[in-house]
Design a binder for this molecule. Structure first.
Ligand code: SAM
Length: 383
């Protein structure tokens, strides 16, 4: 059993949910504000982080010897890595103020100098190591992580760092983009896929430009995507060809025009989708328009779930539905629609571990403060 430290992205609950659903064999030990410790039977590396949209770094916890303090664990870990040439390293801290890095790094420097080990720490601004800094020492240097909660501290060595260049290439490099529709960030697409908990074929019935399909292919899933608009399906095909060529993928995706409110005949093991959100994210909504948008979407979703019921597959359905911030008044969600979907026979299933207190385990929100339309993510099963 290994213990891993995951540094979480901006949406804490979503990041924890993704880990919970992707690693059912794992056990959370500690949940910090922006990090989590999990025991796992397997070994994790870059490939594993590349398939997680909600985590930024993975570190493997270095077990402390009896009575060993965390600054000793840090110094010993660095000494072990020393090969006679100048060792470049960085330290990042979680669960404590970054100012403490100064004391930690200067203290470490003294210990290493006293032991006659030539070294240089790269975060000389005394801030946590960024992905770009890590890249500059990858393969030759080492990043150590210190996490603190209550009176306890853990030290871990970074084994994987989020590949920000690959994400922006996927987000901005693809040939077909449609700003009117609002496109799903690749990281959120990965999270939706991981929340299914499914290893096999995933279907996105509202595929638009095909972001879920592209990310699913990269994660090794057989993928099916469909959309009611032929020009979007054509665009998704271009995007899928582009990602297959750019990342050398063998797996092909099935893409087709299909109205999601009609029963589908193809096979799938799970659904991951961002369905119609009604409007672009940034647009402010007049309260009188909002009710009309919600009732149109309500009809679309009910007809979609009715068609799923007709087909009768008992597979997880992970779907992002909109919630709206109006220009005046409280935000509105699709609560009534959810109730109707439940009355059809779909049960909402929890996506968070019970040890996480104070969060809705059945609905996870994703939005930026400037967005008028956010996404509320649910996981349903036909019972
Ligand atoms: C918010 S967009 C999805 C965007 C997609 N996630 C992406 O990253 O490009 C919603 C999509 O649902 C499609 N749509 C709307 N009604 C539909 C229906 N009845 N059946 C299938 N697709 C539908 C729209 O054409 C649109 O492409």
């Amino acid at each position: 059993m290994n213990t891993y430290l995951f540094v979480l992205g901006n949406h804490r609950a979503l990041s924890i949910a993704e880990l919970f659903m992707r690693y059912p064999e794992g056990e959370f030990q500690v949940l910090g504000q922006d990090w989590a410790l999990m025991d796992l039977p397997g070994k994790l590396g870059q490939k594993d982080l590349d398939a997680l949209g909600g985590s930024i770094k993975i570190g493997k916890v270095i077990p402390a010897e009896e009575g060993e303090r965390s600054n000793e664990v840090l110094a010993n870990a660095l000494a072990k890595r020393y090969t006679g040439t100048k060792l470049e390293y960085g330290v990042s801290v979680y669960g404590m103020p970054e100012q403490q890095l100064k004391t930690i790094l200067i203290g470490l420097k003294k210990v290493l100098r006293a032991a006659d080990l030539k070294s240089r720490f790269i975060n000389n601004n005394f801030q946590n190591i960024t992905a770009a800094q890590y890249k500059s020492i990858a393969g030759k240097g080492i990043e150590l992580l210190v996490a603190k909660q209550g009176g306890q501290q853990w030290v871990a060595e970074t084994v994987a760092m989020q590949d920000i260049d690959a994400y922006s290439k996927r987000d901005y490099g693809k040939p077909f983009r449609d700003m009117k529709m609002g496109m799903l960030p690749p990281k959120l697409a990965q999270i939706l896929i991981n929340l299914t908990g499914v290893q096999g074929t995933i279907w996105d019935p509202f595929c638009g430009s095909g972001v879920v399909v592209m990310e699913g292919l990269l994660m090794g899933h057989p993928m099916v995507g469909s959309d009611i608009h032929a020009e979007r399906v054509e665009g998704a095909k271009k995007n899928v060809e582009w990602i297959r060529a750019t990342f050398g993928l063998k797996e092909e995706a099935k893409l087709m025009v299909h109205d999601a409110t009609q029963p589908a005949s193809h096979a799938y093991d799970g659904i991951a989708s961002e369905s119609d959100l009604g409007m672009p994210h940034s647009q402010q909504i007049r309260p009188d328009m909002l009710q009309k948008i919600i009732s149109d979407l309500d009809q679309l979703y009910i007809r979609f779930f009715t068609s799923l019921k007709t087909v009768g597959r008992k597979v997880p359905v992970v779907i992002a539905l909109p919630f709206f911030r109006s220009s005046s008044g409280p935000s509105l969600d699709m609560g009534k629609t959810i109730q109707s979907i439940e009355r059809l026979g779909f049960k909402r299933t929890p996506m968070l571990p019970e040890i996480l207190k104070g969060e809705d385990r059945f609905c996870l929100k994703y939005s930026r403060p400037d967005q008028a339309v956010g996404r509320a993510i649910y996981r349903f099963m036909l019972i």
